[in-house]
Design a protein around this ligand. Structure first.
Ligand code: GMT
Length: 376
């Protein structure tokens, strides 16, 4: 198949999933065309992968340059020039609307588009009254819609009152890449041999509750020699840095900023902390699980569909930093439990969320959607 993919190219789970999907599809023989305003961060240009940049003209009249229109124009151009069979957009706003416009521009060709809902496009942004009607419209007009968890599907139906089929296709992880052990030398860059390594990876937005990460670590640090790696960047980073200072633990906390080798970093970690206010899936939890790293996270959104409480880590109420610290200590104080949880987590990632298991679900959906579009 010839498949167009649009996503946000910046740091964030939706762009990562879209990029990894494109790479997997190309490896399986499909031709994949990425359409976005920049090269997606994890995209490497290999055989059958193309990138089409959306360049937004700035003009003094445009206080807000109309990216959605330029994107629609580029989508239509790529769909025509490369004779695409289907377009798959990740994150509803504004991508589903641009895809709808592109489809209308090429009405005679009947090229269908699929929208994958990732989370904040429904729970935060799309839910805002100023975006809700247009988001609902994008969902209704899509030829197929997928959500990354049952939780997200239910919330979409309830809050957007959409009466259409939504397929749940969970996120996936490359279990060959995630799970390779790093050499001891790499771990030594971050921690002494007798220190535990806790890790948090996110875009440091308010929804991630990075201050809770510091609070949890602070409690763990009182009981054990440990180090915290804070990976990523975003608006809440200064608050987290300040809090680490206040607790007198700043020398034990390393802010690494944006990084690309997540698999290598995860492989040196003992526990992943993800105390988010909300996660529709929690891709980083899955990536940690594939690396045999138990997860201590909030019992919220789609996270219980990924992490089994007491088996792959611990899930606690949002904001309950004491229980989360207790969960970390239970794991770190008990090496046998640590190993057992890590192995269960990897096994679950491998069995339920491996690329080979999930990518075929998208392929199947593409084929069904294309057939339906041509038969109508
Ligand atoms: O977190 C965001 O701000 C948006 C989005 C993203 O692009 O990272 O995250 C969502 O999509 C991920 C990939 O499907 C999910 O793993 C995240 O749980 C989800 N974030 C939220 O629901 C907060």
């Amino acid at each position: 198949m010839k498949i167009g993919i649009t996503c946000y190219p910046t740091y964030g789970g939706s762009g990562v999933v879209a990029t990894e999907l494109g790479k997997e599809l190309a490896a399986r023989g499909h031709e994949v065309h990425f359409i976005s305003y920049a090269l997606p961060i994890r995209l490497t240009m290999t055989d059958r992968i193309y990138f089409h940049e959306v360049e937004v003209l700035s003009y003094p009249l445009f206080e807000y340059p109309p990216y959605d229109l330029v994107l629609a124009t580029k989508m239509a151009e790529v769909m025509t020039r490369y004779d695409l069979d289907i377009l798959h957009v990740h994150y509803a706003i504004p991508h589903s609307i641009s895809a709808y416009l592109a489809k209308m521009m090429l009405k005679d060709r009947q090229i269908p588009f699929i929208t994958t809902l990732h989370g904040t496009d429904i729970t935060l942004v799309g839910n805002d009254r100023s975006y809700l009607p247009i988001t609902r419209f994008g969902i209704e007009q899509s030829d197929a819609v997928t959500a990354v968890s049952n939780y997200l599907k239910t919330r979409t139906i309830e809050e957007f009152q959409v009466h259409r089929e939504i397929d749940v296709v969970p996120n996936f992880v490359d279990c060959d890449l995630y799970g390779e052990r790093s050499d001891k030398g790499f771990r030594a860059k971050f921690a002494e041999a007798d220190e535990d390594v806790l890790i948090h990876i996110s875009n440091f937005r308010p929804v991630k509750r990075v201050e809770d990460v510091i609070e949890i670590f602070s409690q763990v640090r009182k009981k054990r020699k440990a180090r915290l790696l804070m990976v990523g960047d975003g608006p809440e980073r200064p608050k987290a840095e300040w809090l680490a200072n206040t607790h007198g633990i700043s020398s034990d906390v390393t802010f690494l900023g944006k990084q690309s080798d997540m698999n290598r970093l995860l492989s040196v970690a003992d526990v992943l902390l993800l105390p988010s206010e909300l996660e529709s899936f929690g891709l980083v939890a899955l990536e940690a699980m594939a690396c045999e790293v138990p997860v201590v996270a909030s019992r919220v959104g789609g996270l219980p569909e990924v992490v089994r409480d007491g088996i792959d880590g611990y899930l606690c109420p949002v904001g309950d930093v004491a229980s989360m610290a207790e969960g970390c200590l239970r794991i770190l104080d008990n090496p046998a439990l640590h190993v057992e949880m890590g192995k269960s987590a990897r096994e679950r990632a491998r069995k339920e969320f491996s690329a080979s298991k999930i990518v075929v679900q998208y392929e199947d959906l593409y084929s069904r959607t294309i057939r339906k579009a041509h038969s109508s």
